[in-house]
Design a protein around this ligand. Structure first.
Ligand SMILES: *[C@@H]1O[C@H](CO)[C@@H](O)[C@H](O)[C@H]1NC(C)=O
Ligand SMILES: *[C@@H]1O[C@H](CO)[C@@H](O)[C@H](O)[C@H]1NC(C)=O
Ligand SMILES: *[C@@H]1O[C@H](CO)[C@@H](O)[C@H](O)[C@H]1NC(C)=O
Ligand SMILES: *[C@@H]1O[C@H](CO)[C@@H](O)[C@H](O)[C@H]1NC(C)=O
Ligand SMILES: *[C@@H]1O[C@H](CO)[C@@H](O)[C@H](O)[C@H]1NC(C)=O
Ligand SMILES: *[C@@H]1O[C@H](CO)[C@@H](O)[C@H](O)[C@H]1NC(C)=O
Ligand SMILES: *[C@@H]1O[C@H](CO)[C@@H](O)[C@H](O)[C@H]1NC(C)=O
Ligand SMILES: *[C@@H]1O[C@H](CO)[C@@H](O)[C@H](O)[C@H]1NC(C)=O
Ligand SMILES: *[C@@H]1O[C@H](CO)[C@@H](O)[C@H](O)[C@H]1NC(C)=O
Ligand SMILES: *[C@@H]1O[C@H](CO)[C@@H](O)[C@H](O)[C@H]1NC(C)=O
Ligand SMILES: *[C@@H]1O[C@H](CO)[C@@H](O)[C@H](O)[C@H]1NC(C)=O
Length: 720
């Protein structure tokens, strides 16, 4: 640690100390850590990119949960896609090897010991690219596991490498939702498969092979699919500890996928004796009580007697409060039954994300966004309706956590100043910090909490609104720095104290800005009222909040130069920058940056997430009283005059690139200095590291020119 402080101090003295886009993008990225059953060691993956060599290297590393010592696990990162600790052992592992010598495009399952990973044994050869391994040890010693893969309509797993090249590329549709996120839909859907590894034959795969657990479910409109795309993974399903029951998530089968968000939890017996059934679907007690929306995180209690999950109420709203529920599970008499369906702490005004049971099964740990920080909380099963859990964590944001056998938590966290912290949070509230990337990664040297501030101001609805402030690493008292005002996406989202490789506020600040990142109306983590209040109000309350926040900064933050500021935003933040361009606040900025944001709301029906615009614009595009026309940035083109940098990517199917091109063409025709940046191979996010470096370099070049930051390149030198 001292060594890096030395470097930081030396750099600070020259005034050069800062984190560059290249450093941020090439710094190691660490996954969350998963402890072994006894909680003594935890496994995580690390990956880092070399701009010098244009190569990415990765590793599977072991964290000693007592000392924080990190060692290489010896697992070959080029072969091992994912690893699970073998339940019931301390050092046993089961992993997916991404190659299969027998079936190109397939994968293999291996069992071994973390102390001698090179002696692992191949136990199963799978003929498709399965992933998302979940494992249970049964009383017989057989292992029951779940994996997922795309499957043909007949249920057979789909291996793209075994399919002959099609003779034409046409894709025909007769239902809405032909594409989503960055993929055109084909006939295949994701499915969860179950398999058994038999103890009596060195864990050989049972001759029955893998069973598609979604087979046999009847549907009227939408074929069942799990995990739910595009972001669903192995937390969309679970298997009970004794391997007898599985649960998975699928969108509602009687509703179409474009207009509705509703999804339900299915339960079934692992032995296949009954078809899986959704227990919180349309005919359930949950639905009768008005809880009809998207579900998530089905998680069995340690003894398998209960299942916890979350669900939203509205069937076409994606940012409703996610409330925690518990049901009792019973097996036998032909199938899996549920009883005692119960909401836990339903009046708590926060949305639950990850769910982890306490070892005694008497309480549930959850994570939830709370005042721009994702924190851990504990909710006892005996909680009253009005129960409000205490904050267990503070300052940094929880990425995920695991519950150790003594009920302490192994937390993987991040913040503006650290890409990954690992710490143990004991039941008495004390923390044992095991690791902080800022202490060891040279690219992050010198980052710290000293650049981070927050302020509150009164918003348009009379509510106290929160905003982050991030100063440059080499901040000098009594100097002023131009404002970089950053509007978040969603709009139901937040600017939070979290590390990001896409919008890293420290990297922006270290160009020589004060980053101010407000949480206006629509933001999450401050109570459902603020989130919901943006419905049908995209350009009203949030715009007024953004104006009030800017005025607060001008009036109260003496180190911010608001005369030379810029404003930037992506997604809804991109819409807001376009809205700002047409309104008075737009005249207060030297430049605007818009990433994949709506410029013409009347084009919104090119998106496939019709549920979203129907909710947020207060109706369909043909409903009277809907607000597409009212909050259309293109109605204010007459006032557009601030230089604007427009990014729009081709694979962003929810916000097609025509929106960005239309905006750029308007700016160009009006003679407003502007640039258009397109990545044909990126979706809503710029994920490729070389692309991201180009994105940062060109945007910073542009804004630094207009805000007058010294050393900026000539932004007008692009030619045609
Ligand atoms: C690039 O490759 C060279 C030669 O293999 C190696 O010496 C160097 O450390 C690598 N650089 C990075 C940043 O990995
Ligand atoms: C699985 O559980 C059985 C019964 O408790 C036990 O005998 C066996 O050792 C366990 N297997 C593993 C891999 O932990
Ligand atoms: C992965 O599988 C390949 C065969 O497909 C084998 O050669 C290799 O040793 C395996 N690696 C690991 C770490 O299991
Ligand atoms: C399912 O359909 C695929 C593609 O048509 C085919 O290759 C496969 O053999 C079928 N599986 C079964 C069990 O019929
Ligand atoms: C292992 O047990 C399974 C039933 O669980 C049985 O079908 C199989 O024949 C047994 N194999 C051996 C090698 O005993
Ligand atoms: C699905 O529908 C078929 C045909 O109506 C019926 O025979 C079958 O029992 C149904 N399956 C379930 C799980 O409801
Ligand atoms: C969290 O941190 C804030 C600011 O440092 C402090 O005011 C608050 O008391 C802390 N809360 C807990 C639960 O530690
Ligand atoms: C900043 O300015 C104030 C008042 O003008 C002065 O008292 C203070 O010493 C200055 N601080 C530095 C670090 O220059
Ligand atoms: C500046 O801060 C003061 C004190 O918090 C507050 O009363 C005032 O409204 C702020 N100014 C603006 C323009 O928000
Ligand atoms: C319009 O928005 C209001 C709240 O702003 C809501 O109560 C109403 O249901 C919405 N109407 C439609 C058609 O979405
Ligand atoms: C342009 O801005 C002026 C000044 O705020 C306003 O009066 C006018 O309505 C705006 N025009 C449009 C088309 O938004």
């Amino acid at each position: 640690m001292a060594r890096y402080l030395g470097i930081a101090a030396a750099l600070a003295a020259t005034g050069a100390f800062a984190i560059t886009p290249e450093q941020m993008l090439s710094a190691p990225r660490r996954s969350t850590a998963t402890p072994n059953p006894s909680g003594e060691v935890a496994l995580f993956s690390l990956s880092e990119y070399s701009f010098e060599n244009q190569t990415r290297s990765s590793a599977w590393q072991l964290l000693d949960v007592k000392t924080g010592e990190i060692t290489d696990s010896g697992l070959d990162p080029s072969a091992v896609n994912e690893v699970v600790w073998l339940p019931g052992t301390d050092t046993g592992i089961i992993y997916i090897n991404g190659t299969n010598d027998e079936t190109p495009g397939g994968v293999t399952i291996w069992i071994g010991d973390i102390k001698k990973p090179s002696e692992s044994k191949l136990v199963a050869s799978l003929d498709a690219p399965f992933s998302g391994l979940r494992v249970a040890n049964t009383s017989s010693g057989d292992l029951h596991f779940l994996v997922n893969s795309l499957a043909y309509p007949n249920g057979t797993a789909y291996n793209p490498e075994s399919v002959p090249a099609p003779r034409h590329s046409g894709q025909l549709y007769e239902n809405i939702y032909p594409r989503h996120w960055d993929k055109w839909l084909t006939k295949e859907r994701y499915a969860v498969f179950g398999g058994a590894l038999l103890a009596n034959s060195s864990y050989g795969l049972a001759h029955t092979g893998l069973r598609n657990l979604l087979q046999g479910i009847n549907f009227t409109v939408t074929r069942p699919e799990s995990p739910v795309q595009p972001f669903g993974g192995s937390t969309d399903y679970d298997i009970s500890a004794d391997g007898s029951v599985f649960a998975f998530l699928s969108k509602a089968t009687h509703l179409n996928k474009a207009d509705f968000t509703a999804s339900y939890i299915y339960l079934g017996p692992f032995d296949g004796s009954e078809v899986a059934v959704a227990f919180n679907g349309p005919d359930s007690e949950a639905s009768a009580g008005g809880h009809k929306g998207a579900s998530g995180s089905p998680t069995f209690s340690p003894d398998g007697s209960k299942l916890a999950y979350f669900q939203l109420d509205g069937d076409y709203y994606e940012s409703d409060r996610a409330k925690l529920y518990v049901v009792d599970i019973s097996t036998g008499y032909g199938g899996v039954g549920i009883s005692n369906w119960k909401p836990l702490a339903p009046e708590w005004d926060r949305s639950v994300s990850s769910i982890h049971w306490a070892p005694d099964g008497e309480s549930i740990f959850v994570s939830a966004e709370d005042y721009a920080i994702t924190r851990a909380f504990n909710i006892p099963l005996s909680a009253e309706e009005s129960f409000v859990p205490e904050r267990l964590t503070n300052v940094t944001s929880v990425a995920d956590f695991s519950v150790l056998p003594d009920s302490s938590l192994l937390v993987s966290a991040s913040s503006i100043w650290t890409s990954r912290d690992f710490y143990v949070l004991k039941s008495d509230g004390t923390q044992n910090v095991l690791f902080s990337s800022t202490d060891v990664d040279e690219a992050l040297a010198g980052l710290g909490q000293h650049t981070y501030e927050e302020f509150f101001y009164t918003g348009s609805l009379g509510i106290e609104l929160h905003s982050l402030v991030v100063k440059p690493s080499n901040f000098v008292q009594n100097k002023t720095y131009p404002l970089a005002y950053i509007i978040h996406g969603g709009p139901q989202g937040s600017n939070g104290n979290v590390w990001s490789t896409r919008w890293n506020f420290q990297v922006w600040a270290d160009q020589g800005y004060i980053v101010v990142a407000p949480n206006p109306t629509g933001s999450t983590g401050f109570g459902q009222y603020l989130t919901d209040a943006i419905e049908g109000e995209w350009g009203s309350y949030p715009y007024e909040d953004v104006v009030l926040g800017w005025e607060y900064v001008k009036d109260n933050l003496s180190f911010v130069d608001t005369d030379n500021g810029i404003v930037a935003g992506a997604s809804y933040g991109g819409f807001m920058t376009n809205w700002i361009q047409g309104h008075d606040l737009g005249r207060e900025f030297k430049a605007i940056v818009t990433h994949d944001g709506i410029s013409n709301t009347l084009g919104a029906y090119t998106s496939e997430e019709l549920w979203f615009i129907r909710h947020d614009f207060n109706g369909t595009i043909y409903d009277e009283g809907a607000t597409y026309e009212k909050f259309n940035p293109f109605n204010h083109i007459a006032n557009f005059s601030t230089p604007q940098f427009v990014v729009h990517n081709t694979l962003d199917y929810r916000l097609p690139e025509s929106d960005g091109l239309g905006l750029f063409n308007v700016l160009q025709t009006k003679g407003i200095p502007s640039r258009f940046l397109n990545f044909p191979d990126e979706n809503h996010h710029v994920l490729n590291v070389e692309n991201s470096l180009f994105w940062h370099t060109e945007i910073f070049n542009w804004i630094n020119h207009y805000s007058g930051i010294e050393g900026a390149l000539d932004a007008l030198a692009i030619g045609d």
